[in-house]
Ligand binder design. Structure first.
Ligand code: PMP
Length: 427
């Protein structure tokens, strides 16, 4: 039988062919590869016993347990938001426990991805502008593309997004009469996915001031994506950008328990300006009424019991070893190769590697084919982490993850990758 024409929305059409889908398909097709591509967390670190015990505890404590299996409230139950606020106060080193932060500004979300997606829906009509660091988290680029946003890259270096470049870009947009279309500056503040870079302490208030200064014709928000904030292996954490936002009307803070605890549990924590509470709550209500109620109780209980804290410490110890294994392997395998360089992250899950311009790394490149089909190793092509239509996007970079592999898997993966790179440099 012939079916009538399928008519999809513009948003569905703009969401087609996202890199993430292709990447997952590659992972399935090349299952015999060592994956340095997957941004998954290490299964060895997942808190199976802790979750089993904590689910038992929270169900037992709520009498029959049925309350936790019932609907809750869109932003998450207030008593739980209080627990999450206390935890945020710990991260922010606020001895006043952030008691001046109204609980109404807190959202418990389905991972932090949901807040990113809701925000894109709340702020963007097609043609509205989002400024992003170049490179940046490619899934958010897909989200922006889906809502028809105009994505404008801003230069970033080893200290994060450059304030001078942000000023220049905003001034240029103003001269072009497009400042009123700017809605958001997106910054991954800690151990950026993909570059591993954190925004320096000095730049944090500067980026915020620029968003404020240029909020002349319409409000420019700054989205601080702090997904990897808790995964620091050396050094000290700078204060969040959010902490400098005294009236709490510019920065949206997106955090998650995916990296530090469990991505499958899908619990994220957002702090949003008062002016965005209602629009985001309306959108979220339409989408899912609320995020998984039971899961929020589990994370809150682990926070209260401080079993969460012990767990995160183990996670950090595990990733520190793997980060070191990857950097040592990089020194050993890539050390002498001309024009190859990489960044040494203090945390997170990624090492960002640059090859000479003569070696493109994209899905269609000889390098990608060689790596996946001959040497049997996968990476994320760096070009995915830039806006698709940006003519200047670099094409010879790779995101390497030390998330899923064991230290031995990382060493072997890096050995294989170096073999592909040597081959590509010689051909
Ligand atoms: N932000 C960044 C920078 C990420 O890397 C990720 C996950 N890869 C997310 C947000 C979203 O993760 P989740 O929804 O699991 O919190």
């Amino acid at each position: 039988m012939r079916h009538p024409v399928l008519r999809l929305s513009d948003q569905a059409l703009r969401s087609a062919d996202q890199a993430i889908g292709f990447l997952m398909q590659q992972a399935v097709e090349n299952a015999d590869c060592i994956s340095l591509a997957a941004g998954l967390v290490d299964e060895q670190t997942l808190p199976v016993d802790l979750v089993r015990e904590t689910v038992g505890k929270v169900l037992a404590e709520s009498g029959s347990g049925s309350r936790l299996l019932q609907y809750g409230t869109t932003q998450g139950p207030e008593p739980l938001r209080r627990v999450f606020r206390e935890y945020l106060a710990e991260l922010e080193q606020r001895t006043d426990r952030l008691s001046d932060l109204p609980l109404s500004q807190l959202f418990l979300t389905t991972g932090s991805q949901q807040l990113l997606a809701l925000l894109a829906q709340a702020l963007f009509n097609p043609g509205d502008i989002c400024l992003v660091a170049a490179p940046t988290y490619f899934v958010f680029l897909g989200v922006l593309q889906a809502v028809g946003a105009d994505i404008v890259p801003v230069t970033a270096d080893g200290f994060g997004m450059c304030p001078a470049a942000l000023r220049e870009t905003l001034s240029r947009l103003e001269q072009e009469g497009r400042l009123s279309r700017v809605r958001l500056v997106y910054v991954v503040s800690d151990f950026e996915n993909p570059s591993g870079v954190s925004v320096s302490a000095e730049r944090r208030p500067q980026l915020l001031s620029l968003a404020r200064e240029f909020s002349r014709e319409s409000r420019i928000f700054l989205l601080e994506d702090a997904a990897y904030r808790e995964l620091r292996y050396d050094g000290v954490s700078p204060a969040s950008i959010w902490s400098f936002d005294r009236d709490r009307e510019t920065v949206i803070l997106a955090q998650t328990f995916s990296k530090s605890f469990s991505p499958g549990i899908r619990v994220g924590l957002g702090v949003v300006p008062q002016s965005l509470v209602k629009p985001l709550s309306d959108l979220k209500g339409n989408e899912d009424f609320e995020s998984a109620h039971l899961n929020q109780h589990v994370v809150a209980r682990a926070l209260k019991d401080r079993t969460y804290h012990q767990h995160v410490q183990r996670v950090r110890d595990n990733y520190r070893i793997k980060r070191d294994a990857m950097l040592e392997a990089a020194d050993r395998e890539f050390g002498g190769l001309p024009g190859v360089s990489w960044y040494r992250p203090e945390g997170g899950m990624y090492v960002w590697m640059r090859l000479p311009d003569s070696v493109p790394t994209g899905f269609q490149s000889a390098m990608f084919r060689r790596a996946t089909q001959v040497d049997k190793v996968m990476y994320v092509p760096g070009e995915l982490c830039y806006p698709q239509d940006w003519p200047a996007r670099p094409r010879s970079e790779m995101r390497l993850s030390f998330g899923v592999q064991s230290p031995d898997g990382i060493r072997e993966g890096m050995r294989r990758l170096a073999s592909s790179v040597r081959w590509a440099l010689e051909t």
